[in-house]
Write a protein that binds this ligand. Structure first.
Ligand code: MG
Length: 412
């Protein structure tokens, strides 16, 4: 077993070099899949006790032990018309303007959903926008019918699929518990909402989603992951959440390369969920402006010196540049200096170096601990922020046992 660990660790460390070269890596699923020894707890649910552990959170997919987000009454909602500079994909229903002219089925055939004067309803297939859309602010209004039935993942299950790959769950989450990362407002199977802002079935609800699509290099490696912010009924529920890949069922996410511009999809999960007032506004694209230069990143024993350079490939100077490197709480990783590292200004076509000292405290598993580097800058009059993930694979200390679970959050 020890030999296997050593081989595994060595291969993991060589992966780090590649991962850091891209500034991001998807989790190493094979290291965690179904490894009950590393994760012995069982909970009554709702959810699972035998799904893969998410390296970035320490929880399983759909973890039965994961706490439910606190319930927050969003108050009375006011639904408004789209702003004048928005592109409307589905009317707000106020003037009988519901039409599926901007939509199709994913295979390109005519849409199968039912429409009334006031909404469109899931039926027969997924719905896909005819347009491809990149970084955007989306507004979506949805309603679970008041006569919905069932519990858990059944009532009102649909979903807003960003770039056709990444689901913001739609579900009745009003007095209907399910696993935390599978409820409404969740980045499905990856990140629960910060709070539960659900309205009951029969009432309209809204999502405002700020979406930054992932970028991929020519060889298919991830250059920068997707990042999503979500307001659910005007309450913040995802704040600059880093997307770890597509959102599969009972599995760890993985990325497959695709263009930043993809159709928006709405899920058919066999439930008659209703939609209206779907619009988007395209956002400026920051991802090609800032890149981490991986070759300067080094890994040493318990203290890791992380160096990166902020490169400006645009034709305008970046001003007010700062980088914040953070580690997950209770990850056993300390980053120095804490907080913002100011670079201040990066001229067009040039780069600036940034460095940190990362101290790893001893812990047992070989899981990668994902550090998040958030780069903020101003270009022209626009403020931008882009997040990168840097995986760090700690060297277990010799006294740790296989079953040492000290690195997992206190769950049960
Ligand atoms: Mg769904």
């Amino acid at each position: 077993m020890a030999d296997n660990n050593k081989v595994s660790r060595r291969s993991v460390l060589s992966t780090v070099g590649l991962a850091m070269a891209s500034g991001f890596a998807v989790p190493a699923a094979a290291d965690h899949d179904g490894d009950a020894e590393q994760y012995p707890e069982t909970c009554a649910g709702p959810g699972f006790n035998n799904t893969p552990v998410q390296p970035w959170s320490g929880w399983r997919f759909g973890d039965a032990c994961r706490p439910q987000p606190p319930v927050v009454d969003p108050g009375e909602l006011t639904f408004s018309e789209p702003p004048a500079d928005a592109t409307v994909l589905l009317g707000d229903g106020s003037n009988g303007d519901i039409s599926l002219d901007n939509w199709e089925s994913p295979d390109g055939s005519p849409p199968k959903w039912n429409t009334t004067e006031n909404y469109a309803e899931v039926s027969g297939d997924w719905l896909q926008s005819k347009e491809t859309i990149g970084d955007a602010h989306y507004h979506v209004e949805w309603r679970v019918p008041s006569d919905t039935s069932g519990s858990g993942q059944d009532p009102g299950n649909s979903g807003v699929w960003l770039a056709s790959n990444y689901e913001i769950q739609v579900l009745n989450s009003y007095e209907n518990p399910t696993y935390a990362d599978g409820m409404a407002g969740a980045l499905y199977g990856e990140h629960p909402p910060l709070v539960n802002a659900a309205k009951p079935p029969g009432e309209w609800q809204s999502y405002d989603i700020i979406w930054r699509a992932p970028r991929f290099k020519d060889n298919g490696d991830v250059e920068s992951p997707g990042v999503v912010t979500v307001y659910w009924n005007d309450v913040l529920v995802q704040s600059q959440t880093v997307v770890h890949g597509s959102t599969p069922y009972k599995a760890l996410p993985e990325y497959s390369p695709h263009p930043p511009e993809m159709p928006l999809q709405l899920q058919d999960h066999g439930r008659p969920v209703q939609y209206r007032n779907i619009w988007y506004k395209s956002l400026p694209t920051p991802a090609s402006v800032v890149t981490f230069d991986s070759d300067q990143l080094t890994v040493e024993d318990r203290t890791t010196n992380l160096k990166a350079s902020i490169s400006n490939s645009s034709s305008s100077a970046l001003t007010s540049v700062s980088v914040t490197l953070t580690s997950p709480s209770n990850s056993g990783v300390k980053v120095l200096p804490k907080g913002k590292t100011r670079v201040d200004r990066v001229e067009a076509g040039s780069s600036k170096s940034v460095s940190w000292t990362v101290v790893r405290l001893p812990f047992a598993d070989d899981a990668p601990h994902l550090l998040t580097a958030t780069v903020s800058y101003t270009i022209g009059n626009t403020q931008e922020e882009v997040a990168y993930q840097l995986p760090l694979y700690p060297e277990p200390s010799s006294e740790n046992s296989e079953n040492d679970d000290s690195n997992h959050p206190d769950k049960c």
